[in-house]
Design a protein around this ligand. Structure first.
Ligand SMILES: Nc1ncnc2c1ncn2[C@@H]1O[C@H](COP(=O)(O)OP(=O)(O)O)[C@@H](O)[C@H]1O
Ligand SMILES: [Mg+2]
Length: 311
């Protein structure tokens, strides 16, 4: 298992001192799936406290700076609350800690279809941000893609049939991308329903900027399609159309882009399939999850066989 911090391991007294909090109380997050994130109540409001177990201080500081940059650039997202000394990340028992403002609302899984156009509009607004905007100058390039090390690990997979399928499909994506000259944009990389809070007024906020990068906007729409346009493990064309219709209200896609999108949804699904296999069979073997990568094979087939939805 990946390492998580428990509520009773947190020195709340020390957190209160660092952040000058009045009468703080910690509670688990409803849903409970979050990695080392807790709800923090105190006299001055409600917050989320996260122990970033899987980060070192420099990567935690980059995450905090990117999150705050998005907030300041007007993306609806959570604001990072600095400690009393002004730092966005603090260190508690050797682990990085971040405090963010609580967003009142609900994570809806699946995100209702009528909210997908708004998700698409937000994604288009993100892609339209100038990459040199304050706080975003250092975002990494292409890091949502599989790295050379990832690719080199595939032939070693015990599930050889899956490895063969993955390499074949990645080869097709690579051939299609050889023709691609799309400008790179600021991409979220993980716009799944668990990273979206639906406010009481129906407005959406986007969480979790861990996978932000500069990349092909179509790959990011593809990732959002994997996260938001699936139904019963297959691509749901109605959901994809709702997402992309919202996107196109802000940023119309050319006909070439609309055709290329199918391949980029597949690319995103291949990246997810890789990570599922790698995480649950190689890094943290977990028999309960050891076959969830297989779902992506059916999904990729459903994307390929869907009529070009937007062309
Ligand atoms: N600022 C926030 N307001 C409301 N809920 C939040 C906030 N931050 C996180 N959450 C909740 O915590 C969950 C996990 O948070 P997230 O930032 O996506 O971390 P991770 O996915 O890395 O665990 C979200 O799905 C959401 O339910
Ligand atoms: Mg998340």
């Amino acid at each position: 298992m990946a390492k998580y911090t428990r509520l009773d391991e947190i020195n709340l007294h020390e957190v209160a001192r660092r952040y000058a909090l009045d009468r703080p109380e910690l509670a688990p997050l409803a849903g409970g799936a979050a990695n080392s994130s807790f709800r923090l109540f105190c006299g001055s409001g409600e917050f989320v406290l996260t122990i970033l177990d899987n980060h070192d201080m420099p990567s935690a500081q980059r995450l905090a700076a990117h999150t705050q940059a998005m907030f300041r650039l007007g993306m609806p997202t959570t604001e990072v609350i600095p400690a009393a000394d002004g730092s966005l990340i603090s260190q508690l028992d050797g682990r990085p800690l971040i405090v963010k403002r609580w967003i009142d609302g609900e994570v809806k899984q699946p995100l209702p279809v009528e909210l997908l156009p708004e998700a698409g509009r937000l994604l288009a607004r993100l892609h339209a941000l100038p990459p040199q905007s304050p706080g975003l100058g250092d975002i990494p390039i292409g890091t949502r893609r599989l790295s050379k090390d990832h690719l080199a690990a595939i032939p070693q997979f015990k599930d050889q049939e899956f490895a063969g399928w993955l390499l074949d499909r990645l080869g097709r994506v690579q051939a299609a991308e050889a023709e691609d000259h799309r400008p790179r944009a600021v991409a979220h990389g993980d716009l799944f329903d668990d990273n979206i809070v639906v406010g009481r007024d129906g407005r959406l906020s986007i969480l979790d900027w861990e996978t932000v990068s500069l990349d092909d906007p179509l790959l990011d729409i593809g990732m959002a399609a994997v996260g938001l346009a699936q139904e019963g493990g297959l691509l749901a064309p109605e959901r994809l159309n709702a997402l992309v219709a919202g996107y196109q209200e802000i940023s119309p896609l050319s006909r070439t882009d609309a055709v290329a999108l199918s391949m980029e949804i597949q690319h995103a699904a291949l990246i997810i399939a890789f990570h599922r296999y790698y995480r649950h069979n190689v890094r943290f073997p977990d028999p309960a999850k050891s076959t969830i990568h297989i779902e992506m094979i059916k999904f990729v087939d459903s994307v390929e066989s869907a009529a070009q939805p937007l062309a």
